[in-house]
Ligand binder design. Sequence first.
Ligand code: GDP
Ligand code: MG
Length: 439
Amino acid sequence: LADRLQNTIQKIKGKGKVTEEDVKAMTREIRLALLEADVNFKVVKDFIKRVKERAVGQEVMKSLTPGQQVIKVVKEELTELMGGEQSKIATANRPPTVIMMVGLQGAGKTTTTGKLANHLRKEHNRKPLLVAADVYRPAAINQLETIGKQLDIPVYSEGTEANPVDIAKQAIEEAKANHNDYVIIDTAGRLHVDEHLMDELQQIRDTVQPTETFLVVDSMTGQDAVNVAETFNNQLDLSGVVLTKLDGDTRGGAALSIKAVTDKPIKFAGMGEKMDALEPFHPERMASRILGMGDVLTLIEKAQSEVDEDQAKQLEQKMKDASFTLDDFLEQMGQVKKMGPLEDLISMIPGADKMKGLKNAQFDDKQITHVEAIIQSMTKYEREKPEIMNASRKKRIAKGSGRSVTEVNRLLKQFNDMKKMMKQMTNQKGKKGKGMKFP
Ligand code: GDP
Ligand code: MG
């Protein structure tokens, strides 16, 4: 994103005023990058709108070029999107402060429970008590006890026989008796959100009345993390989110959408498996990190420079009115060949991974050549109206192109599938807003 913006800046450098066109060009790049980073499209739309409003026609600051100013606006808005200020952990008026950790299985609850205790002790001089309230798997209790031993932080557990609500209640008594000023409750998770789990979590919450209810979400799950956050927030009224596995190969999309969708701040970020790999979440730093993700845009850049703009527009229109013919298909093949591996290009279309047809479509260069040969063996009329194709026509085409009838059939089927898919894509695109191009 940074590279991309730099290019755009080069173009508008020296201009005294940021024009609407300049801002449009920039916001288009940013929008694509955000969608690619798996950011919720509604969030992207609002975001772009705000940037545009702020950036167009703004006064020129002497110290900054117009381009830098737009970047400044983008960074500020990204920061704002993720909550603005860093959000601190709350403390109860009367100790102990109770923190309830919730989330799906594997999100990192147990690990984060340990990390958070470690953080509270180290940075805030607190005396936490950990609570093993995930009674469904003996391994879960052992895991927390191991972490407690490793950190030398006490763990309250009653084994797998007790009721999690009672455990939580007892743990608070224990904390009061031992002067633990924080109680962190590690709860059970499921693979998916389910009612029974929510009931149990609500019961624990009503009983212990936590100061903080933290949802632990795996940032690697992208848009799913956002959906999970929305559900948990509706059921449990979260006070904050901990985003784990940000050390992994994540594009930051979850971070960008969660605050906007739930209106709950991201308070911490998990940056690794070790007990010290937890950081208070800084929206501004995350914004910088996201602005630095140049790699995402290389492909978009490539596609945009290779596809002729007018041709792309014509193609788009054809998709809309379904007048896309085999001739267009052929022409598109040529474009595709110029751009390199189709798989890469497809993967950059937001939402394309969800379309089975696209994912399974196997195009390699050799196949493209075969397809070209087949189409070139068709008459003009056949190319425009492939539905007239019968057995004898197919045979003739197969002979003419040196391919088999099976291949001719496969191509015709592929073409039909593609046409259907394009319809889907143009419909979907309508929802996402204008401007996305089909390569
Ligand atoms: P739970 O089922 O929600 O309690 O999840 P766990 O705490 O057991 O964590 C599941 C896995 O994710 C474990 O292997 C953890 O080591 C790993 N994990 C948790 N947080 C992070 C993180 O921030 N970064 C990385 N790389 N791994 C993490
Ligand atoms: Mg666990």
